[in-house]
Design a protein around this ligand. Structure first.
Ligand code: SIN
Length: 522
């Protein structure tokens, strides 16, 4: 395969649901280059299990989906963004089906399940628990039929190229350590999330906050960075990854039990196991704290469910847990929460425009405000689809002639110190973020985290390898999360401060917005 070209009309960084959906929209208007940092399958989309939410069943209504989205967002959803999401979702899904996505059915009708904080069964799923993988397969197959789209794997973008206040391309770092430049008329950041900031995460290894870091360095605004969602149920076994155990398991009737084997969720919320994610995650943290065990955990219990149904409905989870000798039909599954999703990101309008001309963002890398302080389960694949399509449309409409010029602001010289210890630096960031910027936060812990990040700063100043660039991006996004969390002196959605445990609507019913070194609430 040929290498990345020197120029293109549209550049899409990221090949998950948002990036591919945007690329499909763009293909009619010009040359589209899509870059994946590793393989196309290394994305949060590919890992997404539970499904995609949309008001498509006979018992459902768009207004109910809207209300559930707003309730989960805990007062901070952008109403217009949420209306767009739930209103355009069904059409985008019908389109996916036309492009060959095989959602699970009961007879000929689409099958829907329920997840936490939904008032209706509205979660579509595919191959039981491989919804993201199936959506990605169909989008990729569709993209491959469009001759203007070229997808390149293992391409690492380091920075946006900005000239005269407009993004005009990117810098790439080859695996041989050489810098290249790619000129583009418009750039879409669809780089996904930042779960790798945390010691425990369900996210893929590529989720290192690259889009947010690149955008901030280019002068764009980012918002809502303090809101990081922790999924309550990730597999907790030594030597096993923090594999996601879909909320759909609880939707199908799984229980949460503490070490004393008690179901505990009814103590914390009337919706029990199907309470909003932030509530369940904090309830588990509390159960872990009050347990006197040395290495506490709680359990997900499916043993009362019909074994054949469980195996058929959750084949990927069943097979993965079996690899670690856990038979989910007969054994209790040890779990703990893990970082899962960033509600914040690069600030955009409803069409994916950022505050820097020529730069757009969609999916988890973006912050439209659609999720408020806490994303409703299975609204993320939907967001990627809806807002990926919208960003693609507006980029197409706003296409300007490409002005190729020699690149000037390439960073990182070849005469700096050799990058050493990126792995240790990243591990240190992950530990301190987990310890002090995690599910339960305090002013003193956040200040401690910021001090430690400050001490790390000189080590990541001049990166020369891809991994060192990731360390730098994690450091920058970690600082953003900690700074915004310190500034938000209240608790809301996924952001919980023990020193400010209540809402403070008068001061904080607003989004945090960062540009450069300044933070404001608006
Ligand atoms: C899950 O399957 O529990 C994850 C779905 C989501 O994050 O929306």
């Amino acid at each position: 395969m040929q290498g990345v070209p020197a120029e293109t009309d549209f550049l899409v960084i990221g090949a998950g649901v948002a990036g591919l959906r945007a690329a499909i929209e763009l293909a009619a208007a010009g040359r589209v280059v899509v870059l994946a940092k590793r393989e196309v399958t290394d994305s949060a989309t590919h890992l997404a299990q539970g499904g995609i939410a949309a008001a498509l069943s006979d018992e459902d209504e768009i207004s109910l989906h809207l209300q559930d989205t707003l309730n989960a967002g805990d007062g901070l959803c952008n109403l217009e963004a949420a209306k767009v999401l739930v209103g355009e979702g069904p059409e985008r899904i019908e389109e996916l089906i036309q492009w060959g996505t095989e959602f699970d059915r009961q007879g000929t009708k689409l099958a829907f399940t329920r997840e936490g904080a939904h008032s209706r069964d509205r979660i579509l799923h595919a191959h039981g628990d491989s919804t993201g993988r199936e959506i990605l397969r169909a989008l990729y197959a569709k993209a491959k039929t469009l001759k203007h789209i070229s997808v390149f794997e293992f391409e690492f973008s380091t920075d946006l190229d900005v000239s005269n206040g407009r993004v005009s391309g990117i810098h790439l770092l080859s695996d041989r350590g050489e810098y290249e430049h790619l000129a583009a008329s418009a750039v879409l950041l669809a780089t996904g999330g930042l779960g790798q900031l945390y010691l425990n995460t369900t996210n893929p290894a590529v989720a290192t906050g690259d889009g947010v870091a690149m955008a901030l360095r280019a002068g764009a605004e980012v918002s809502d960075m303090e809101f990081v969602q922790f999924h309550p149920t990730a597999l907790y076994l030594k030597k096993a990854p923090r594999f996601l155990l879909s909320e759909a398991l609880r939707g199908e009737g799984a229980f949460l039990r503490n070490l004393e084997m008690h179901r505990f969720m009814s103590k914390y919320h009337p919706m029990g196991e199907l309470a909003p994610r932030d509530v369940v995650a904090r309830a588990i943290v509390h159960e872990l704290e009050v347990s006197r065990a040395k290495d506490p955990m709680v359990y997900l219990d499916l043993t009362h469910l019909h074994a054949e149904h469980v195996k058929k409905r959750f084949p990927r989870i069943y097979a993965t847990c079996m690899e670690y000798n856990v038979d989910i039909t007969t054994d209790l599954i040890p779990i703990r929460p893990a970082a899962h999703y960033a509600m914040g990101g690069v600030r955009t309008d409803l069409d994916g425009r950022t505050t820097v001309p020529g730069l757009y963002a969609a999916g988890e890398a973006a912050a439209t405000g659609v999720h408020g302080a806490n994303r409703l389960a299975s609204n993320s694949l939907l967001e990627g689809l809806v807002y990926g399509a919208r960003a693609g449309k507006i980029m197409r409409d706003e296409l300007r002639p490409l002005s190729v010029r020699p690149s000037t602001n390439q960073r990182a010289a070849s005469n700096g110190p050799v990058d050493a210890g990126s792995e240790e630096t990243i591990a240190q960031i992950q530990h301190l973020m987990w310890q002090d910027v995690g599910i339960v936060r305090s002013g003193s812990g956040l200040k401690r985290a910021l001090q430690q990040l400050e001490q790390i700063a000189p080590r990541i100043a001049r990166p020369h390898t891809r991994r060192a660039c990731e360390a730098q991006n994690l450091h920058l996004t970690g600082r953003l999360v900690a700074r915004c969390a310190l500034a938000r002196e209240e608790s809301r959605g996924a952001h919980y401060r023990i020193d400010f445990p209540a809402h403070d609507d008068a001061r904080f019913l607003k989004h945090s917005i960062v540009q450069g070194d300044s933070i404001r609430f608006a």
